[in-house]
Design a protein around this ligand. Structure first.
Ligand SMILES: [Zn+2]
Length: 167
């Protein structure tokens, strides 16, 4: 009887977890490849689907955040939105390999320093969120949201410490 009760609780728990996914927009940053000079898009941020403010943007500057965003982005949506392959690349600037954005045409590394320290803050300061493109809308689990709020930072580089209410 106890076993049956526990089984029921487990089944209910799994359903609750499955229902607990929340929609997020994956945001792209239009860029010009430093190597081939062609236009490409970098996956740089996540925004809860019900938010409109730039303060709610969580950048993908931290590796765990980019990993969540990359895993949530389907290959079809990546290609349709003109985002380059997300994979580890060696950076001479950083001196090591890291999960990174790349040019959709020639696969050149689009470095984090350029994306998050120079290009993204400049574009947001000038245009706000309208400067970014919506790459896809994805559903993130509670565990995935925990990762992005634990590791994510705002476009100004501050850590994100205030998770918006989920109800
Ligand atoms: Zn290129």
């Amino acid at each position: 009887m106890l076993g049956a009760a526990r089984g029921w609780a487990d089944a209910r728990g799994r359903r609750q977890r499955a229902d607990d996914r929340r929609p997020f927009r994956l945001l792209g940053l239009p860029a010009v490849c430093w190597r081939c000079q062609r236009p490409t898009t970098a996956l740089v941020g996540l925004l809860p689907a019900d938010r409109r403010d730039v303060e709610d943007l969580i950048t993908c500057a931290a590796q765990p955040v980019l990993a969540v965003a990359a895993a949530a982005l389907s290959e079809q949506a990546r290609q349709a939105s003109g985002v380059g392959v997300l994979r580890p690349r060696f950076s001479r600037t950083a001196g090591h390999r890291y999960l990174s954005n790349g040019c959709r045409w020639c696969d050149a590394l689009l470095g984090d320093f350029y994306l998050y320290t120079e290009h993204l803050p400049g574009l947001i300061a000038e245009h706000g969120l309208t400067g970014l493109t919506v790459v896809a809308v994805v559903a993130l689990s509670e565990q995935q949201r925990q990762v992005i709020y634990d590791h994510g930072s705002t476009w100004t580089g501050w850590w994100h410490c205030d998770q918006p209410p989920t109800s």
